[in-house]
Design a protein around this ligand. Sequence first.
Ligand code: NAD
Length: 467
Amino acid sequence: MVNNIDIESIVKSVIANMNNVGEQKSNDGSYGIFENMEDAINASIKTQKKVKVLPLEFREKIIANIRKKTIENAEIMAKLGVEETGMGRVGDKILKHKLVAEKTPGTEDIKTIAWSGDRGLTLVEKGPFGVIGAITPSTNSSETVICNTIGMLSGGNTVVFNPHPGAIGVSNFAVELVNKASVEVGGPNNIATSVVKPTLESADVMFKHKSIGLLVATGGPGVVTAVLSSGKRAIGAGAGNPPVVVDETADIKKAAYHIFNGATFDNNLPCIAEKEVVVVEEVADELIYYMEEAGSYKIEGNQIDDLIKTVLIDKNGKLVLNRKFVGKDASYILDAIGIKVDDNIKCIIFEADENHPLVVEELMMPILGIVRVEDVDKAIDLAVELEHGNRHSAHMHSKNVDNLTKFGQKIDTAIFVKNAPSYAAIGFGGEGYCTFTIASRTGEGLTSASSFTKNRRCVMAESLCIR
Ligand code: NAD
């Protein structure tokens, strides 16, 4: 077990190494980190030959140790993530790492389908793709590395990462962690590999490598389009802009607290988090009242103009996300527009019309635009529009089953949370498993081990049916 002093010194030493990442030498690839992509892929190819023949029980042994080490190192990775990327909240990142350790499915997710009858026995078994190339985001960096590794290894694969350059220290810490976990229980090294300095060029080497059968991209629209244009099989887990609808039948106080909790979790970095609210006029004042009670600060008039100029518009008046404010505390963002609040304020809210850029754009900041509409039908139609066809996530607070059904059918998203904070979708206060790779664009939805496998039909004619 590591104590507080150890945690601080580990974080400092990783950050110190990261600061000269250009000159940083690989640690001879001893726990999965390589100087260049070719070497990372070659090591992965070698390890995959071993993983392919590992009994499922042994894969589970490695995964159990990955889970254990993730929990032990949750605080280190949380602090490292916040320090390196400048985004998110340490407490919430600790919870995210624990969630990924406890609720990411392992080999049990891979199920065989069988038919038996007069003509024998036929199975569809799920085999590995082999070596998988994975791109990971800056927003849930180490969480995604660990989540992907558990799922991919369960399926008999190894994985090569090209992590986000802005989160390379914490991502590669996670790559080393999973390899140490494997080696510690007698498994192979390099179940996951990565590079010292990921670039678009190193991603391109991965995209074109003949030994990589599957690409998995978790990130914004650019990278998803890139993997889908690669000519390889690809899983694209892209951007969302999840709307939350509140109708007049909802428990408004509960709805306000749930929206507040979901939208402020890790300062709104998760792609599933509530990004704008559409509320039926009749209950709008009450919702805002309780959102303020929960810890939101409501801005108005010029303050909204100042906010947009600060977080979204560049000097030339173009709509460009100011990365400096992504994942930052509400108090930090408010300070930038001249408003001082204490740390109890975790969310910025404002009322706007449906075309307001702060409502329309995915900000990944604890900022929620609230749009009032006449009735639930208008709310549903507007929310569908604001989701931009990402088909990613949407949320609703209502006690009317017909309204919930109507919205679910119309918005057709991979995730639809009802009467809970958005994070219930990934098993945090909701039933079901966890993932940090939600593939709405390519249709896998919440990925798990079986998403990283190929179907293999095995047919035994005439025999083995004993019915
Ligand atoms: P990003 O798109 O800036 O980066 C994601 C990764 O893609 C990084 O590793 C980056 O280096 C790489 N990349 C970007 N363009 C590329 C290209 N053309 N070729 C190769 N690699 C490329 O995303 P981010 O800011 O780190 O993360 C936030 C975004 O990701 C948001 O839009 C969020 O909604 C989305 N996201 C989606 C999911 C999901 O499961 N669907 C999960 C997390 C984040």
